[in-house]
Design a protein around this ligand. Sequence first.
Ligand code: FAD
Length: 352
Amino acid sequence: MIYDVIVIGGGQSALACAYFLRRADLSYLILDNQKESGGAWLHAWDSLTLFSPSDQSSLPGWLMPKSESAFPTRHEVIDYLRQYEKRYQLSIKRPVQVHQVTPHENSFILETSDGNYQSKALISATGTWHKPYIPPVPGREKFRGLQLHSAFYKIAEQLVGKKVLVVGEGNSGAQIMSEVSLVAEAVWATKKEPEFLPDDVDGRVLFDVATAKYYAQKEGKEFKPEKLSLGNIVVVPTVRAARERNALQAAGRFESVNETGVIWQDGRHEQFDAIIWCTGFWSALDHLAALDIVTENGKIPTEGTKAKDYLGLWLVGYGNWTGFASATLIGVGRSARETVKQIQEYLRERSL
Ligand code: FAD
């Protein structure tokens, strides 16, 4: 069978796309390499919560049920995604790893762990969680202690009594530092002074800012929200508590790593038992390597979500380069709706 559309990945972005594909009455299939619903939320650390209340964290069509706490836990998000799939009877196969996509007579062949699949159009929605990024710091391979990317960090208890270096001044770094500092001697290495959003700014405000910026740019206007840089740290309750304990002091930059620790910029050596790299992610696009369009910075040139240099391919949910706020539950609906509209037009034109 040749599907109209195959969606690679089965996280929140894929589900948002499927919601509109189903309404467009296109034949589609989601292929996800996980055993169950939840996408990246299955792998996040135990205490991770959303930045916004449930009613501001919903996929198209159905509001996330109210949470017991102010911000839904990752378990509540996973449950919501599972119920969402059921509610709309989305067509998903799991676990299926898509190894490679190759072009074939105006369509795509997907080589997978479940044999080959074929589709006329393709949505890649594989997220970033499987592509942790660690900067090339000299000597990193020499370190004899524990090294962990935030993608693999689960719970602070694994670090009790240790001396831990947490690297990175983003949200992951701030949140992990906040809880590790409760059980270990933790030091926060940052490239620049961490910037915290005002305490009353959460994901709701950030989404409104992203939306205002999107429309301002569309109309060619300048938009500079004061103090509301989208990359700044959201002061979730654990971060606020750590700040009040004075546990979020930034120690600045280090130059290199050696067998036992790091060398700071002033030449001082400091010993550590563990280093946690909260240094971000790249997009998981290895399955598209054969199309030869992934650039050196690990992205694909796009217009909105549509690949600029490849007909029939759309990319959804990876971050601002695939649409403002598209890596959030509330933001991805807009990208998904526009993507499916474009795919409908593309398939219509193809069939003429
Ligand atoms: P994913 O959830 O990563 O789903 C992609 C799926 O594709 C996964 O199941 C993956 O296993 C699968 N896959 C990958 N490669 C293949 C392949 N080759 N073949 C088959 N399947 C494949 N978002 C919010 O909305 N609100 C928040 O408050 C929020 N807070 C966050 C806090 C932190 C600290 C972090 C790091 C992220 C946060 N996010 C938040 C973002 C959110 O976790 C991700 O952006 C989101 O999970 C992306 O969804 P996705 O569907 O695009 O990708």
